[in-house]
Design a protein around this ligand. Sequence first.
Ligand code: PRP
Ligand code: ZN
Length: 300
Amino acid sequence: MARDETRIKIAIQKSGRLSEASLKLLDKSGLQFARSKDKLFWYGRNLPVDLLLVRDDDIPRLLLEGVCELGIVGQNVAAEKILEARRRRPDADLESLATLEFGHCRLMLAVPEDLDYQGPAQLAGQRIATSYPRLTRRWLHDHGVEADIVTLNGAVEIAPSLGTAEAIVDLVSTGTTLRANHLKAVAGVLDSQAALYRGSSVLPPERQALLDKLVQRILGVQRASETKYVMLHAPRDRLARITAILPGAETPTILPLEGQSERVAVHALCTEQVFWEHLEELKSAGASAILVLPVEKMLT
Ligand code: PRP
Ligand code: ZN
């Protein structure tokens, strides 16, 4: 692939738990690509922004080496690969621009179901299988335990039944994999979700401006997805109480209602999740005609 120095490249997971949501986020950010089913490279059609579809584990390296300017990857993978890169370059780092509220999972220590786990000290001298050797080593070190780390690239969960390790450190999302292998999670090593990362390359002003615009759009879509527009009618004398219930609303807009002096219309942007419980609380505080609308785009 010829290196085009005027375009921006974004790396996302080709197939896996983050792929679909990553593509959807970029699509909502107004990016269109000439999609090709098996190709790893999708050319940007409406902006000089291209997509690289790769294994999630490769994304941090592509960013650290300046092959891509932006990447969407799990915090777990990013953290592990940053620690790995620091062996060669102590200052290696990736800037996290935003957490993306998808791909939630937890890197956890798991042991056989029937083991009576008492705490980290029990791991001393044992073998722990994992695809995250550096995060595992750091966790063990933080707990003052010396254990052997067996690095595996896949099928970590079968190591205990094969007899190649006594415990594992692996990702847990639904917990299905652990249950299927008669393992139980006993400690959390790292909480993770998908995040948007910036590579370490320094860009000429024009490309930096394009990248800033792109990041603004992605952040705008991200914020909009968490934001709801709430409209309701409320007694004027209960406004303070009602405004306090609205999650993450700053200053709502108060509008008069034709022919009514006691009641007003309230419009508010809620930047936190609006649950049914909130609506029920609003209703008992005197609100009526409560509407919750999705927000598609935001530029503030
Ligand atoms: C992780 C992990 C487990 C599985 C756990 O793999 O290695 O196999 O997910 O998920 P569960 O709790 O829902 O069963 P992942 O799909 O991330 O693949 P990868 O590590 O090979 O990228
Ligand atoms: Zn992977």
